[in-house]
Ligand binder design. Structure first.
Ligand code: FDA
Length: 305
């Protein structure tokens, strides 16, 4: 049943009609639990509150399925505005973004133009930018863009997904760039031709890449809510004397907030991924797919409580 629900929500997450409808009608159905609000101000307030609790942030202006150059440029301008806001209010926050929102499905040249604008602003204001990883179809293109931009900028990182068969090879290949990588299990619906269908294989591969990237001496963000993976990271830290300024934990806004606070108390760096904006639908559906128990929030949302 859980697998059916998971596939159902991942299917819904790609629906362009619902995406547009959601934008029009604003945050609904309990999505406010996972999305900090619709404006830059809402996001800045959420960041400030997390910073006060000793947590760093990476903020994401939500956006997928961009159809026009104009929309992609607007999305890039939003990112620049957010970077300026971070600097102006002296917030402890990085920025995350998706290549499709920068126009990846339109042209790579457009993405590069938008990315350089954002990375220049990030460089000027000391804000690090992470390129989120989307579905498999866009994985190679995203890695190629990352590599090209990494030759020009220091303030850029990307994400590697443990569920893909290619992942260990990517970690090996990217090592020469000394990259700051966020490691995740992977959130999209992929074919068994390219991704492990069984959770236990994904978990095993996740542990493998955590160890590889940390032992290579690269900065590692372990982005998971899974205690087993957190425990494993701590084990690697102890066994191999990895300094605490070489890695951090990351979790999503609104998920396992108590655990986030505990990790801060234990002296670990904790970064919360804070999404905001009116294009919340696809992100929200992927969160429901990860944990169908969250559907209870939707039902409450639909029935007004
Ligand atoms: P998993 O879903 O296997 O859950 C493991 C355990 O964690 C559960 O059994 C439970 O114990 C606990 N848990 C999980 N959710 C919980 C909840 N709501 N409440 C209580 N316990 C809970 N993906 C991607 O493809 N590209 C990307 O760029 C990113 N970026 C990203 C950034 C950050 C900061 C995070 C945390 C995650 C991503 N992801 C992502 C999403 C990622 O790929 C993955 O889908 C989710 O993190 C869920 O996987 P977990 O590792 O949390 O474990």
């Amino acid at each position: 049943m859980e697998q059916i629900l998971r596939n159902f929500f991942l299917f819904l997450s790609k629906n362009k009609f619902f995406t547009k409808l959601a934008k029009k009608y604003g945050l609904r159905f309990g999505a406010g639990r996972f999305v900090a609000g619709e404006t830059v101000e809402n996001a800045a307030n959420a960041i400030q509150q997390l910073n006060q609790k000793g947590m760093a942030v990476t903020v994401d202006h939500l956006g997928e399925f961009i159809d026009s150059k104009e929309e992609a440029r607007q999305a890039a301008d939003e990112c620049v505005e957010m970077i300026k806001k971070i600097a102006e209010q002296n917030l402890d926050s990085q920025l995350s973004l998706k290549m499709t929102s920068m126009g990846l499905d339109i042209s790579e040249q457009l993405v590069m133009e938008n990315m350089r604008k954002i990375l220049d602003a990030g460089e000027k204001h000391g804000v690090f930018v992470t390129i989120d990883m989307e579905d498999y179809e866009r994985c190679q293109k995203t890695i190629d863009i990352f590599k090209e931009l990494k030759e020009e900028y220091d303030n850029i990182g990307t994400v590697i997904q443990a569920y893909l068969y290619r992942t260990v090879g990517d970690i090996e290949e990217l090592n020469s760039y000394r990259p700051n990588l966020r490691l995740v299990k992977g959130a999209y619906k992929e074919s068994p031709k390219v991704a492990f269908p069984d959770k236990k294989d994904v978990d095993e591969n996740y542990k493998k890449i955590i160890k590889m990237h940390m032992m290579n001496g690269n900065y590692t963000a372990i982005a998971t809510h899974d205690d087993e993976m957190i425990q494993y990271t701590k084990q690697i830290e102890k066994e191999h004397n990895i300094p605490r300024d070489q890695f951090e934990f990351q979790m999503l806004f609104g998920i396992r907030t108590e655990r986030q606070e505990e990790l801060v108390k234990e002296g670990y760096k904790m970064r919360v991924y804070v999404p905001y904006g009116d294009d919340w639908y696809g992100y929200f559906m992927r969160r429901l797919a990860e944990r169908p128990a969250n559907v209870a929030f939707v039902i409450k949302g639909v029935f007004g409580k």
